[in-house]
Design a protein. Structure first.
Length: 289
């Protein structure tokens, strides 16, 4: 495959849909919470009444194997794959993951869009129980700078309308990133990409240092918001949306900012000390019995 070219596969091609099954266990769920610094009883305590459940962002762990070597429905070279940047994330939750479950995750190409100097690929994941009960649906956006698209893929459903989540946010937490964060997260989540842990690979890609996983930043932000007074004690998360807008490097101090925007939604962002946003347009929706 030619470098810097992404080709949408024809409808009769193999590889349009990928599937994986995982058995969810306590070890994996608890390791994730340790990696993102959220060991609340419902995520970590084996004596917790009713058992533990997965952190809201844990589904990224079962989705990763399906895109580790490129998204389904497209053809691209290894060099082009390395151009990809995780730029957006949208999750819709229907039930928490629990120890002992065997779940099936499907991945397919949802949308392929060509810009003037880049290509944006959106992959959709659907995770269900073996008897078909929905757990989570995710749409993950990847931007390939300097790439060219051959073919177009339009989604069947329309995109959901967004909310204005740009103003009125107040700080709810801060956290410091060091060189160990990405290593711990990689091993605990089973999501490994050397650009996050090997400074030599990061420098070869033109970065000054290793970069923290976007999903770790997101998980820490979600934890901060759901621990804060802005989130109702009885709320159950039904959706998480965000854009990843700048990289996070070791040594940075990040601030999580949030505000209630409707009865069932909270806006949030994550910013560096100089105000540069690492996560923008964050939105958490929830049921509030």
């Amino acid at each position: 495959m030619t470098d810097h070219v992404i080709r949408v596969l024809s409808p009769d091609s193999p590889g349009l849909l990928r599937t994986a099954e995982h058995r969810i266990d306590e070890r994996w769920l608890r390791a994730f919470t340790v990696a993102v610094g959220d060991t609340r009883a419902e995520f970590f305590d084996l004596d917790h009444d009713g058992g533990i459940v997965g952190h809201p962002v844990f589904p990224v762990c079962v989705e990763w194997p399906l895109i580790e070597y490129g998204a389904p429905g497209i053809d691209l070279s290894a060099a082009t794959l390395r151009l990809g940047l995780h730029v957006s994330h949208r999750m819709r939750m229907y039930a928490p993951l629990r120890p002992g479950q065997v779940v099936r995750t499907e991945a397919r190409l949802y949308r392929a869009e060509a810009g003037s100097t880049s290509v944006r690929i959106t992959t959709e994941f659907r995770t269900v129980t073996l008897d078909g009960k929905p757990i989570v649906t995710t749409q993950l956006g990847t931007l390939y700078r300097g790439a060219r698209l051959e073919g177009v893929k339009e989604p069947s459903p329309e995109r959901e309308p967004g909310l204005d989540v740009t103003a009125g946010l107040t700080r709810v937490a801060t956290f410091v990133v060091d060189a160990t964060n990405a290593v711990v997260y990689s091993e605990c989540t089973r999501i490994w990409n050397p650009i996050h842990t090997d400074v030599r690979i990061a420098r070869a890609a033109g970065l000054p240092n290793t970069v923290l996983h976007g999903t770790e930043t997101l998980a820490r932000a979600v934890s901060a918001v759901t621990r804060a007074a802005v989130f109702p004690r009885t709320g159950d998360i039904t959706g998480i949306d965000c854009r990843f807008t700048s990289p996070v490097f070791p040594g940075m101090t990040l601030a999580v900012n949030a505000a209630r925007v409707t009865d069932n939604s909270i806006a949030f962002d994550v910013r560096a000390a100089d105000g540069t946003p690492s996560i923008s347009d964050g939105l958490i929706t929830f049921d509030n019995p």
